[in-house]
Design a protein. Structure first.
Length: 138
């Protein structure tokens, strides 16, 4: 198997506080890796470093063989490397399907104006404005 994500010697300091120190791991294609630890152990910081929300103090991050440390979060997302947040009520008035559609907007093939105007290109994307009641959350 080939590595889809490689993290080497990752470190993040906030002033004198070291949140992540010399973190190393590889995620092989088709596998999953869990990051566990107590509160304050640096788990969220690792995800923020990988996704580009925070710059590392040092270390390297490679995604699909390409060095991505130094790229902005939006550039990493365009390559397929992004994160989600633990906010369960972001769009409470939307269905689960609509929330997922918001999350995958970068891969939709149309922009926000086309979506708002519900142009033929947006309609042909395979999505639907009306979704089954089974998809409703809450």
């Amino acid at each position: 198997m080939s590595a889809i994500l490689e993290v080497k010697h990752l470190r993040k300091q906030f002033g004198g506080v070291v949140a992540v120190d010399d973190n190393n791991f590889t995620v092989e294609q088709g596998t999953r890796l869990g990051i566990i630890g107590p509160n304050g152990a640096g788990k969220t910081t690792i995800f923020n470093l990988i996704s580009g929300l925070l710059p590392p103090t040092r270390g390297s991050i490679c995604f699909r063989g390409e060095a991505v440390d130094g790229l902005r979060a939006c550039d990493r997302a365009a390559r397929g490397l992004a994160r989600t947040f633990q906010n369960l009520q972001i769009f409470a008035n939307m269905t689960v399907l609509e929330n997922v559609m918001v999350a995958r907007h970068r891969r939709s093939g149309y922009g926000i104006l086309a979506a708002a105007a519900w142009t033929p290109r947006a309609r042909s994307s395979g999505s639907s404005r009306s979704s089954p009641r089974a998809w409703r959350s809450g």
